[in-house]
Every structure is written in structure tokens, then in C-alpha cells.
Design a protein around this ligand. Sequence first.
Ligand SMILES: Nc1ncnc2c1ncn2[C@@H]1O[C@H](COP(=O)(O)OP(=O)(O)OP(=O)(O)O)[C@@H](O)[C@H]1O
Length: 619
Amino acid sequence: MAFWSNLFTSKKASSTGKPPLSVQQRVSALKHLPPFLKLVWQTNPRMAFLNVVLRLFKAAVPLAMLYVGQLIIDEVISLTQVTGERELRYLLTLVAIEFGLAVISDTLNRGIALIDGLLGDLFANQSSIRLMEHAAELDLDQFEDSTFYDKLERARRQTLSRTILMSQVLGQLQDLITMLFLAVGLVAFNPWLLLLLLVAVLPAFLGESHFNERSYSLVHGWTPERRELDYLRQTGASDDTAKEVKIFGLSDFLVNRFRELSSQFYLDNKKLATRRAGWGSFFAALGSAGYYGAYVYIILQTVNGQVSIGQLTFLAGSFMRMRGLLESILNRFTSVAEGALYLQDFFDFFELQPRIHRKPNAPAFPKPIQHGFTFENVGFQYHNSERWAIRNLNFTLRAGEKLALVGENGAGKTTLVKLLSRLYDPTEGLILLDGIDLREYDPADLRREIGVIFQDFVRFQMSAGTNIAIGRIEEKSNQPRIESSAHQSLADTVIAKLPEGYDQVIGRRFNKGVDLSGGEWQKIALGRAYMRDAQLLILDEPTAALDARAEHEVFQRFAELTKGKTAVLISHRFSTVRMADRILVIENGQFVEMGSHEELLAKGERYAELFRLQAKGYL
Ligand SMILES: Nc1ncnc2c1ncn2[C@@H]1O[C@H](COP(=O)(O)OP(=O)(O)OP(=O)(O)O)[C@@H](O)[C@H]1O
């Protein structure tokens, strides 16, 4: 019987190859319940308090009803033995009390369900907000780590299901109190009955807890695959991918992979569910045997005249209720413990801390920048890669200059920009701003003074105006500023053609959304750079989809706008690159040469070679 041997601390790997968790781990997961309940309480203290009070009242109702029931039956029996005039007032009062209790019980149930639902909604909303806020604080490389994604995914799934945990924990406390009340009556009659009850219910509890742990391991171990399933579902049927899925005939490929993964999960789950159902029926039969044993005992006592018929109904009723309660307490205990295990994922996510954060005593950000950014022997390795994306980089981006970065695909240009904006910190070497290590400044100050438009800028499925305002979202109501940014980035001509102008939702995701061409999107995204009005502006090839004339015009306007400001341009078009004051050529992450267009051409080395290739139409 593998079941019994696995029950406590199984070392056997589950079907997912992950060892199931031990009882110790499960019990230790319960430590997350107090902070969880604290979060629930903080969500809305008044509602939480009311919930507890209503549940306390509800806990006392079953005992009161059973007791009144006993009095009613005994009174009925004694009245049947009376001949002549019968006094019914007492009996009718008892019935009225029982009726009152029934009404109170129903009302309390409704009230508790209402507050549970409302508090649960508030809690789910607040958890989602906390999750979004915390995710926003984390570093970019944490997002690029797949184990981080698994954590985020599990935490995201938690926000809704945790509201069920809240009702379960509170329900548990309520049932425990009801049990306590009922137990007092039962123990007074015969303490052995209580023991019989435990014996009847305990195996079912252990069985449930075993299977819950298995199903947690299964679900937990399948997180990466479930993410893949979500991805496949999304890729197979979404507006973003429909074009390529059709052209390349990818539907079967995606469907087959989905079928393969989902049927593996189905089979694993089916095996577990079937075993669970089999053992569950066996344990339920054990429970019934316990109940009927106790029932026979009480009946015999009644026949022998040791207890009244009213007491018989009270005791049998209490025993039956206690069995139900104990079963649900124990079963719920395992799902509470399981919920607490998932809570671990939830709290784990919140324990992740960004490495790039504000230090105490951060120096004031220079306004204006005096000297510029100096790279001293800078090297950078992506955390998931052995390769150095950038190495031994030494140069200065002078305050007020326009610097163009040139290099082949994968040379490290975008990486350099990410280091400048502190999306990452260098693996080795230093970046200094006006002589102070960039890491000393508050990253929020730095980012406020830098505007970057990446080549893979986000196409926000929002209005055209908001898409530009995103460059400085605090100014989202400043329509003149949005319009002047749109004018400078040539987005105004695109917006003029939209039926609802600046209020037009762009992108296809939402109803009435109008999609734009690649170049039109770029003009909108470029508007963000003008909206930003930062000390350092970086354009990382956001003009690649613009036609040659539009790009030329964009950069002429850009040069005017950035007069006196520092700017970095990345472009593969030399007609654009030559507008820069200086050009930095990098290859395989290493410095190759630096100078003005004329200087580099005169030098006749790498830049000159690339320039001539493009002039001949080879690049
Ligand atoms: N998130 C990442 N994780 C791991 N490696 C990365 C990541 N991003 C980029 N790289 C690698 O770092 C190197 C430099 O990439 P980078 O994006 O900086 O090149 P680039 O010069 O901007 O190229 P392109 O002209 O194609 O945009 C490449 O080899 C790339 O594969």
C-alpha cells in the first residue's frame, strides 16, 4: 500500500519528478496564515470584524437548536401521557424559539456569505494592485528569468483563489467553536463517543491530506508547462499572431504541441483523481460505520431507560452533526494547509527585492549635466548568458553632444543604452555621471531625466493622445504639450487621419480600435520622446520603419529639439548617423573607433568601410 507509506514523509518523486512535500513542510506553511489574515484584516477592518462577530453567533446556533429540539420531543411525549386538559403554552413557546433560531441561522448565513463575497472582492483587487506595484519595482533582469516568471504566474493565480482561503479559515474557526459547544453535551453523556468519532473520521482526514499534497505537487511541478499551454493558446488564436500563423500554416504545429502537453497533464491528473475517489469512498464507509456504532449504543441506552427520547434525538443529532463538522474541519484543514502552501508562493514573490534601488544619501541629480557620462572599462554579461555582451568599453558621452552608435546586429548597442538608463548595472567597470558612480544616484531621478524610445517600443492599446502622453504621464491632460510633441514627431499627420483624432483608440485589441502601419506607430512612439523633455534623449532605432524622407525629417527636427541637450541615436542608416557630432563604432561589444563622420571617413577604417558598403547599396 504505497498510500500509507507515502502518507507522512514520502521521498518518492511525484509523476512530475518533484518530491511531494512532507508533513513538516505543510505544517510550516501554516505560518503564512497569520500574515495572510492580517492582510485580509487590513483590507477592510470593519467588514472583517463584522464577519467574525456574525460567525461567533452562528457557531452557537446548532447547539441551541438541538437543545430546544430535545425539550420539544420530551414535552410532546410527556403531553401524550397526560389525560384530560393539556397545557400547550410551553410547547408552543419552544416551537416558536426553534423557529426564531432557524430564521436567525438563515439570516446569519446570508450575512456571512455577503460579507465574505464583498471582503473577498476587495482583497482580490488589493492583492492584484500590490502585485502590479511590486512587479513594477523589480529589475528588468528579474523579468528575464523564467523561474521569476513561474513565481509571478503562481502569485497571480493566487490573488483570486486566496479569497476562498479567507472564507475557509474563518469557516474553520466557526466550526471549531460549534464543535466545542456540541462536544460538551456529548462528553457529559459518554466521553467514549467522542473517541469513536475521532477514530471514524481520522483516516478520511489523513487520506485527504495526502491527496491534497499530491495535487499541489502536480500543479506546482507543472507551472512551466501550464505557462507554455497559456502561451500556445494565446499564440494559436490572437490578433497579434494570426497573420504569421496563417502564412506559415502553424496551426497544426501549435495544436499538436498543445494536445501533447495538455493530454499529459490530463493523464497525470486523472490517475490522481481516480485514486482519490477510490480511497475517499472507503474512508466515507469507515465514517458511517463509526456513526452507526454510536447510534446503536445510544438506542440501547434509550431502550434501557437511561436516557429520554428527547436526549436520544439530541445525542444522535449532535453525533451526526459533529461527524459532519469534524470531517469538514479536517478536510478543510488540508485544503487550508494546501492554500497556505500556495501562499508561500504569494509571499515569496513579495520577498523578491530589486537590486537597483535608491540608496540613502543619494546625491542630487545634476541639473544640468556638466560633464557627461563616462564609461570606465565597462563590461556586461546577461545573467543567463556566458557571453560578454559588452566588454572593456571606455568612452565619454559629453554633456550636450549628439552621439550615434554604429555596429552590426548584436554588437551591443541596445545593451549600452540599457546600462545608461540603469535597467541593468555593469557586471564590471563603472559608469560615472559628472564623476559620480551612476549607482549612487536615485534611479527614479535618473530615469526622470532620461527619455528612451526603444526599437521594440510598446504599442499601448489606448488612445493616440495617451500613447504620446506616456512619455510624461503626469502631463496627460496637457493637450497643447501632447499636440506639439505630435507635431515634432510627425505623428500629427497620422492623428489627423484618425476618425476620433487624439481620442481614437489605436491597436486592434479593443472595440473600435484602429490599427496603424509600422511607420505610423513609430511616429506616435517618437512623440513620447518630445513629450518627455529630458536631459538625455535616446532613440534606439525607432525610425527603422519610417520611409527615408520621414526619417530624415524626424532627425532634423530631433536635432533642433535637442539643441543643448545630450542625445544618443542608434540607426543603421548612415544618412542619419552622419548628423551626429560624434559616432561610436562597436563590434562584439568592444570599442572600435570614435569620431565625427568626417574624421572616421578620413581614417578609412571600419566606419569608412561600412559607410561605403551602404553607399553602394550592400547594407
Ligand atoms: N535579455 C537578454 N538576455 C541574454 N542575452 C541578450 C539579451 N539581450 C541581448 N542579448 C545578447 O546581447 C548581445 C547584444 O545585444 P544588443 O541587443 O545590445 O545588440 P544590438 O547592437 O542592439 O543589436 P541590433 O542592431 O540587432 O538591435 C547579443 O548577442 C544578444 O544576443
